[in-house]
Design a binder for this molecule. Structure first.
Ligand SMILES: [Zn+2]
Length: 304
């Protein structure tokens, strides 16, 4: 009897231990907003940027919009600790600070290669690797920094770019380290090449919609059961025309968050047209999505 009970207890313990291993280790992972605004000059916010902290080190940088490099420094993050930079697309408000990050790293002790991931090319936009070449390559605007992409003679490390294929409905996996996985999928952002990102670490998952309309209807599956979905709130519910072709409405965000059963929703990438109606937007989303909603601000730390 006692033996049977002890076997039962060991099985129970094993099951509990296993399920714990799959659970999000909330104490180890944090999301920090570096930029919660869009491209406008008068919104008082940095353009897009996010940081994932893991065991008190800044490990993954998502988007490098203008101002994000300043907030990065303010956050206490060290570029030496970064395992990868993930770009959602190459619009100015998501990518303009990339050379500032690389130049800034000159004054640090970073000496290991830095992985950069972003969308492949389409008719309108260059690929991420081409973007890097056009900025820092031999004939780039900042060719004085070419050591960071071409040669290693005058730079301590190299930025290694990978282009995410733009194939609707497929997702691609990139291991940043043995315990940090980045997944990416093609999203519709008008004529712009764009991807969403899902970062998985310590049993937690954080999804970044980037700028997108929901015309491909891929985000709810991509964000399934995520601990956090960062959704870009660039347009109001009555958006039309070009704005609607580029961005998802609050109703679309609500539908995605509800369908994906995300544990927490963070609204970000505000523009003047959405900043002034944040309460109304939350009301629209709450009607469909019952989980907690946070409004991003620059520097905000979001716990899982
Ligand atoms: Zn944007």
């Amino acid at each position: 009897m006692f033996k049977k009970l002890s076997i039962l207890l060991s099985i129970l313990l094993l099951v509990c231990t296993n399920s714990d291993a799959n659970q999000c280790q909330t104490a180890q992972v944090k999301l920090q907003v570096l930029g919660s605004g869009g491209p406008e000059l008068d919104d008082g916010r940095n353009s897009s940027g996010y940081l994932i902290w893991y065991k008190n080190k800044a490990r993954v940088l998502i988007d490098t919009g203008s101002g994000s490099s300043i907030e990065f420094g303010r956050s206490g993050a060290k570029i030496e600790d970064l395992q990868g930079i993930l770009l959602t697309h190459l619009h100015v408000d998501h990518s303009a600070d990339l050379p500032a990050f690389i130049k800034g790293s000159y004054f640090t002790s970073r000496n290991s290669d830095l992985s950069l991931y972003g969308p492949g090319a389409n008719d309108l936009m260059p690929s991420t690797s081409n973007y890097l070449q056009r900025l820092l390559g031999d004939k780039g605007a900042f060719a004085y920094l070419k050591g960071y992409v071409n040669k290693r003679t005058d730079a301590d490390y190299k930025v290694v770019a990978t282009d995410v294929p733009l194939i609707k409905g497929q997702s691609f996996n990139y291991s940043l380290t043995k315990d940090i996985l980045a997944k990416s999928t093609f999203v519709h952002h008008g004529p712009v090449a764009a991807v969403a990102w899902r970062v998985e670490l310590a049993g937690c998952s954080i999804v970044f919609s980037g700028d997108m309309s929901n015309q491909f209807d891929v985000l709810s599956a991509f964000a399934k059961n995520a601990d956090i979905l960062v959704a870009n709130n660039a347009v109001p519910d009555n958006a039309s025309g070009a704005a609607l072709n580029l961005h998802m409405t609050p109703s679309a965000i609500a539908k995605i968050a509800q369908k994906a059963q995300v544990k927490q929703l963070v609204l970000s990438h505000f523009m003047n047209r959405t900043l002034k109606i944040q309460k109304e937007t939350q009301g629209i989303i709450r009607a469909k999505y019952r989980g907690p909603i946070q409004l991003a601000t620059d520097g905000l730390i979001v716990n899982l």
